[in-house]
Design a protein around this ligand. Structure first.
Ligand SMILES: [Zn+2]
Length: 350
C-alpha cells in the first residue's frame, strides 16, 4: 500500500515538472512568470500541495519523495530564472527598437541666432562715425524737463514742445526723453571748453498712437560737434561722407530748410531714392527723394547752456532714426515688426 502511494507521489511530481516546464514556455512577460511561480512553486502552489501528502507515507519512504521534490523545485526555479532573463532581454530589445535610434544619422544643425536689424544698423552707424573721429557718448533715458526741453531752447510754454508728445512720470519734472538731443547738453557740459565730437545713440519715447509708421519707443542717433571755426560746410561734408558709406557711393543729397528749436539754421537732409535712383516709386512717394535725417548749426543759446561762448565757438548737430534706415535697407513696410518680438521677422531680414 505504502509503495503505491510513494509511486503515486513520484508520478505526480514528474507530471508537475512536465506541465510546469510546458507552461513556462508560454509565459511571455514578467507578469506571466509571476503568475506561473505562484501556481507551481508558491505557498499555495501545486508542489506544496503534493508535499502536503508526504506525512501519510511511512517514515522510510519520505526521503526519496522529498529528494525528488527538491530536485523538481530546483529545476523549475532554474528554468524560471532563465526564462525571466530571456524575457527581460526581449523587453529591452523591444524598447530599443521602439525608440528607433539610428546612431549613424548626422546630428541636427543648431539654429544660430541673429542680430536684430536695429543692432546691425546701429553698429554700421557707429563704425562710420567713429572712423571720422566721433566718440560714442551715452546719456540717460529718463530726463528732467530742463534737459529734455529748457536747455534745448524750449522754455515752458514754448510752442515747439508740441512737436513731441511726452511720457511724464509721477515725479514732477521727470520724463522719458522724447529725443536724444538732451545728450547734446550732457556731452557739451562734460567737455566744455574743449572741443567735442560725439554721437549719442539710444532709445527715445513718444506718447503716440502706434501705427505702421510710428512706435512709442524707437532709437535715435544724435551727433554733435562743437569747436572753433566749425561751419555748415563741415556739417555737409560729414553727412555726405555718412550717406555715401551707408547707402553707397555717389549719392545725390539735398538740404531743405527746416525748423528745430535747438539749431539755427536747421535743415532736413534727403538722398536720392535708393530703390528707384530718383525716378520715382512708392517708397519715395514718387518724389525721387528719401529723407534720412535732420540737422543744423547748434543754436547760440544751446551752446551757452552747454558751457561754450557762442562768440568763440560754433558747432553742428544732427539726428537720425536707425529703424528708418533699416526699413529702407531691408524693405520693411511696418515699423511695428521691430519690437513685436516675432522671431519670423528676424529670420526674414538681415
Ligand atoms: Zn523711389
Amino acid at each position: 500500500m505504502g509503495n503505491i502511494v510513494q509511486q503515486d507521489l513520484l508520478q505526480q511530481l514528474e507530471q508537475l515538472r512536465q506541465e510546469a516546464e510546458a507552461a513556462l514556455t508560454q509565459a511571455n512577460s514578467t507578469e506571466a512568470t509571476r503568475t506561473w511561480h505562484s501556481e507551481y512553486l508558491g505557498r499555495k502552489g501545486r508542489l506544496t500541495g503534493i508535499l502536503r501528502n508526504l506525512g501519510s507515507l511511512p517514515g522510510e519512504e519520505r526521503p526519496l519523495v522529498g529528494k525528488v521534490a527538491n530536485e523538481v523545485k530546483t529545476e523549475l526555479e532554474n528554468a524560471l530564472q532563465e526564462r525571466q532573463t530571456a524575457i527581460a532581454q526581449a523587453e529591452l530589445e523591444a524598447a530599443r527598437s521602439a525608440e528607433n535610434i539610428d546612431v549613424t544619422l548626422p546630428g541636427r544643425p543648431q539654429t544660430l541666432g541673429k542680430l536684430h536689424p536695429t543692432t546691425v544698423t546701429l553698429r554700421e552707424i557707429y563704425a562710420i562715425f567713429t572712423a571720422m573721429g566721433f566718440q560714442i557718448f551715452n546719456s540717460p533715458e529718463v530726463e528732467t524737463d530742463e534737459y529734455n526741453f529748457q536747455l534745448l531752447n524750449m522754455p515752458p510754454g514754448h510752442p515747439a514742445r508740441d512737436m513731441w508728445d511726452t511720457f511724464y512720470t509721477d515725479s514732477p519734472d521727470l520724463l522719458l526723453r522724447t529725443h536724444t538731443s538732451p545728450g547734446q547738453i550732457h556731452a557739451m557740459l562734460a567737455y566744455a571748453p574743449e572741443p567735442v565730437r560725439v554721437i549719442l545713440p539710444g532709445k527715445v519715447y513718444r506718447y503716440e498712437q502706434v501705427t505702421a509708421r510710428s512706435e512709442s519707443m524707437f532709437y535715435q542717433v544724435e551727433g554733435i560737434a562743437v569747436g572753433r571755426n566749425i561751419t555748415f560746410s563741415d556739417l555737409k561734408g560729414v553727412l555726405t561722407n555718412f550717406a555715401n558709406q551707408m547707402y553707397g557711393e555717389g549719392r545725390q543729397m539735398r538740404f531743405r530748410k527746416s525748423y528745430f528749436p535747438f539749431t539755427e539754421p536747421s535743415v532736413e537732409v534727403d538722398i536720392d531714392c535708393v530703390l528707384c535712383g530718383g525716378k520715382g516709386c512708392p517708397i519715395c512717394k514718387y518724389t525721387g527723394w528719401l529723407e534720412i535725417l535732420g540737422a543744423g548749426m547748434v543754436h547760440p543759446v544751446v551752446l551757452l547752456h552747454g558751457g561754450y561762448d557762442p562768440v568763440e565757438f560754433s558747432g553742428f548737430a544732427f539726428g537720425m532714426g536707425p529703424e528708418r534706415i533699416a526699413l529702407l535697407k531691408y524693405g520693411i513696410d511696418d515699423i511695428r515688426y521691430f519690437y513685436s518680438n516675432d522671431v519670423r521677422f528676424l529670420e526674414r531680414v538681415g
